[in-house]
Design a protein around this ligand. Structure first.
Ligand code: B12
Length: 610
């Protein structure tokens, strides 16, 4: 035990509960270890007996613990009243903690301080010793993480590197001097955002609208919106503001137990940015690190983007500048926000708006956007290259989802596609993040790679990528895709096992589904979001710094994947450029279930001077 010092406090520890006293006993022991003088009462004492004891001495603190939740508010309110009436509070601070308590409840009931069941000993000690501010700053205030930090984008596999160099160079040469309505609009938008002169702005806006589909022009100029879209009213904004300012959680939880465990992301995209924000705030309270905003599928098919603070009564939140700014304004500054850009005819402009709106990341995959998301490969390659450049200008990293695998594309072709994007990012000045799927996808089901377990093949994908290049890895999207059922418990479990595997493989981030996400027939409910966050938090606690060890079969899968990725890239390197390779089916063909998209076909133009 430490010597009692000037700073040593005199503390009464009270289990205000019929039986539960383990928590307060542990705190008592911890306080003694740090040199404080404590007295511990037994459980199940009447309030009057506790108050009487509290009056006997000028304790610095009276620490009260409550575990049972039944009738807790009434009981604690009576306790505070009696302590007040007895004058105990003139000399002692009354602090409450335990399973049944939250800091918010403690504040409401008039305690000097409240801690919940996740309170760390450090934060309790810091409060007692008066260093609270420092510890709260360190432990409670989340710091924004940089997923790409510590990665140098160095290729370890020399043949793959030189194949990617060839593919990227051919593709960039092809893209030199090409333009599309999407690229033009993005540049006009850039001008409009900077323009302060009304007339010059009007001229740019006119040119912008000439490049848009009539549905977008009608919506932006006459407010005749696509079905289910409307402005968010002033009253709704005021109500959101008062809800969030009166109920903002006092602190956030943490999902990771061990420092090396990955950041955890969730999707937002209910259609209504206000609902997204409320869900986002609740998820932040449970420790979520970031969100990916999913836009309406129709946004990809129109030329031009809607403007304004808009809600959409269907799946997908409109990624207008105003909506991005609204989300950014309310989410915690440490929460990472990713805006999906790669799906259609507005890729470049969406990336620009993401950057302007303060998003941290964007999402671009030239291959998946062309094969699984319906955009013409030439159009998406041209727009995607512009997008990657814009991402670089705004210092936004871009994540590359490998969702082509969900259509039936073999993992190695999907991974080859991801690597092409990494090299393009390297050449164009934006940092890429690899997103292999943790899924039991159609090709895997047909070919039995996961017949024996779900561990080996998922591990093989991650380790193959890590052996090829030093680039951040963020499995998703979400992890456990196609292993989840509509049973919420099963879904949470499946997510947590995959999260544990991801942590064990040392990845940088993961995206998790909500337990109703894979099979929901409507909007995601908040309880389901919490289900999977809690499941992952627990999996991380369970794993700590331990690892899941794959079987020796993993090594064979990994070697096979590296060989198959190399073969795929050799074939792609022989094509004229990336769109040519995609059109030839080299990164996924009709037999795999992948078809080059058609939106925007024929819209790529070449500058006649080139
Ligand atoms: C152990 C236990 C018991 C033991 C208690 C032994 C003992 N001497 O404490 C026994 C078996 C006796 C018991 C009995 C009962 N229990 Co019991 N019990 C538990 C159990 C399994 C663990 C609680 C625990 O000790 N956790 C470990 C400690 C370290 O955690 P903690 O208390 O949260 O403390 C930490 C923090 O909260 C914080 N903290 C705690 N206090 C304070 C105070 C301050 C000031 C600060 C700053 C921080 C702080 O710091 C601690 C360290 O991190 C929980 C279930 C669970 N898994 O949590 C149920 C649980 C608490 N029990 C429960 C119930 C209902 C009961 C019974 C009423 C059941 C019954 N009908 O018989 C009985 C009580 C009967 C009675 N006479 O009234 C419920 C409570 C449900 C609710 N919503 O209220 C739980 C949640 C189980 C459940 N899911 O149903 N229980």
């Amino acid at each position: 035990m430490k010597q009692l010092s000037q700073q040593s406090k005199h503390i009464l520890c009270v289990p205000l509960d019929p039986v539960h006293d383990v928590g307060i006993k542990l705190i008592n022991a911890e306080l003694q270890k740090h040199g404080h003088r404590t007295e511990l009462l037994s459980p199940d004492l009447p309030l009057e007996a506790i108050v009487k004891k509290a009056m006997t001495t000028n304790y610095d603190f009276i620490l009260v613990s409550r575990t049972l939740g039944y009738g807790v508010a009434e009981l604690l309110a009576r306790f505070v009243d009696q302590m007040d009436a007895a004058g105990v509070r003139d000399h002692s601070k009354i602090v409450i903690g335990g399973k049944a308590v939250s800091p918010e409840l403690a504040a409401e009931l008039g305690f000097d301080k409240g801690f919940d069941e996740h309170a760390s000993y450090d934060s309790i000690l810091a409060y007692i010793e008066g260093t609270s501010g420092m510890v709260e700053d360190e432990t409670r205030r989340k710091v924004k993480k940089n997923i790409t930090a510590g990665h140098w984008y160095v290729f370890h596999h020399t043949e793959i590197e030189s194949l990617l160099e060839r593919i990227a160079e051919k593709t960039l040469r092809w893209s030199d001097g090409v333009s599309t309505p999407g690229i033009k609009r993005s540049r006009l938008r850039q001008g409009m955002l900077k323009e302060t002169d009304k007339f010059r702005f009007g001229a740019l806006q006119k040119q912008y609208r000439e490049l848009c589909d009539t549905e977008i022009v009608d919506a932006n100029s006459e407010h005749r919106f696509p079905k289910g879209v409307r402005f968010i009213s002033e009253m709704e904004q005021t109500q959101l503001s008062s809800l969030l300012t009166s109920h903002i959680p006092k602190h956030q939880g943490t999902i990771q137990y061990d420092r090396r465990q990955p950041l955890v992301f969730k999707f937002l995209g209910s259609g209504c940015p206000m609902m997204d924000i409320v869900h986002g705030k609740i998820c932040e309270r449970w420790g979520i690190d970031g969100f990916l905003v999913i836009n309406p599928s129709w946004e990809a098919r129109y030329e031009g983007l809607l403007e304004g603070m808009l809600t959409h009564e269907n799946d997908g939140t409109i990624t207008s500048l105003e909506n991005i700014q609204l989300m950014k304004r309310w989410l915690d500054p440490a929460t990472l926000l990713t805006i999906r850009a790669h799906r259609g005819l507005n890729t470049a402009e969406t990336t620009l708006l993401a950057g302007e709106g303060g998003a941290d990341l964007t999402k671009i995959n030239l291959v998946y956007g062309s094969l699984g998301a319906g955009t013409d490969p030439e159009r998406l390659t041209a727009d995607g290259i512009e997008s990657i450049k814009i991402a670089g200008q705004y210092n936004m990293a871009f994540d590359i989802p490998g969702n082509d695998e969900l259509s039936g594309v073999p993992a190695w072709k999907t991974l080859a596609g991801l690597l092409i994007n990494v090299m393009l990012g390297k050449k164009l000045g934006a940092k890429a993040i690899l997103k292999p799927l943790f899924c039991c996808g159609p090709h895997i089901v047909l070919n039995g790679q996961m017949q024996l377990n779900y561990v080996d093949y998922n591990a093989a994908k991650i380790l193959a990528l890590k052996e090829i290049v030093d680039c951040p890895v963020w499995p998703g999207e979400p992890i456990a895709f196609m292993t989840q059922t509509e049973d919420r418990v099963q879904s949470a479990n499946a997510t947590s096992y995959h999260a544990a595997l991801a942590a064990s493989l040392g990845v940088d981030a993961i995206t998790i589904a909500s337990t109703d996400e894979a099979y929901s027939r409507g909007p995601i409910c908040i309880a389901s979001r919490i289900d999977s966050i809690r499941a992952v938090t627990d999996a991380f606690r369970f794993m700590g710094n331990a690892n899941i060890t794959p079987t020796p079969a993993m090594l064979d899968w990994k070697e096979n994947l590296i060989r198959q990725i190399t073969e795929t890239l050799r074939a792609v390197a022989l094509a004229d450029h990336l769109p040519d390779a995609i059109n030839k089916g080299l990164l996924g063909n009709a037999a795999d279930g992948a078809y080059p998209g058609t939106f925007g076909k024929g819209t790529v133009t070449r500058n006649p001077l080139q």
